[in-house]
Design a binder for this molecule. Structure first.
Ligand SMILES: [Zn+2]
Length: 253
């Protein structure tokens, strides 16, 4: 039976990925034991806005009505912004690739080696294909996520273990993206003009730093708390990072 994980008091936004933002915040906070100190140092070195804006406007990622591209970005005020439609697309890609790899590659491979021990779930393959199609459609055309027919992280049967796994992959993917944006700031990419020819190099540098950050993951440490990550709303945006809070209420996610 389906359960609903939406909490209207804490889950700002309108798309099902809204239920995971606290999890993203928590995972970023503990990306590795030294990260809280590193993050504070980055804040101070670059006079960084101590927050990440969460744009929950219902728009496609490539919005023809404006010049915005709703991918994560850092603006001239050194404010990192992520957008809910982009998060939705990332989740659908995580879910669909996880399911399709398991059902179309891994199970048949194991069956060939060990005999027919795994039954391929053709319904899961179809659902994965459907949600992937929806996620890709968000690039150019925003439509609400049909939570009744498509897999999603907000309303699902806890027996559907692919959703829990996809949530884990999604959270790490978003942490990587946020580390990438912080790397741009710390590497000074916003402080100087980067010629077009060198922009790919700058992206590679930010990726490399993010990989280093993620690769430093170790045991969890307590102490510093990035705070009420998802304050808001401020207009159609909400603040992820914010003032220090005593604890993150992860059970809300
Ligand atoms: Zn970048």
């Amino acid at each position: 039976m389906k359960e609903n994980y939406y909490n209207p008091k804490t889950h700002i936004g309108s798309q099902p990925v809204r239920v995971l933002k606290w999890n993203v915040a928590h995972r970023l906070e503990y990306v590795h034991p030294e990260f809280p100190r590193e993050f504070q140092a980055i804040l101070q070195r670059h006079s960084l806005q101590p927050c990440i804006a969460y744009d929950c406007s219902e728009r496609p990622i490539l919005d023809s009505g404006s010049r915005d591209q709703l991918v994560p970005f850092v603006d001239e005020k050194k404010q990192v912004t992520i957008q809910e439609t982009f998060l939705s697309m990332v989740w659908t890609v995580c879910y669909s690739h996880l399911v399709l790899f398991e059902e179309q590659n891994q199970k048949p491979l194991v069956n060939r080696i060990c005999g027919p021990i795994h039954q391929v779930d053709h319904l899961a393959i179809q659902r994965a294909a459907d949600v992937y199609k929806y996620g890709v459609s968000l690039v150019c055309n925003y439509t609400p996520w049909d939570k009744n027919s498509l897999p999603n992280p907000e309303e699902y049967d806890p027996e559907d273990f692919y959703i829990g796994k996809a949530n884990g992959v999604f959270i790490l993917a978003m942490v990587f993206i946020l580390c990438h944006e912080l790397a741009h700031i710390d590497l000074g990419h916003l402080d100087t003009y980067i010629p077009q020819a060198d922009r790919l190099l700058a992206e590679c540098e930010a990726d490399q730093r993010a990989v280093q950050t993620m690769g430093s993951s170790g045991s969890r440490v307590g102490g510093f708390c990035f705070g009420k990550w998802f304050r808001g709303p401020i207009g159609r945006r909400n603040i992820i990072f914010g003032r220090r809070a005593n604890r993150l209420r992860l059970s809300d996610a």
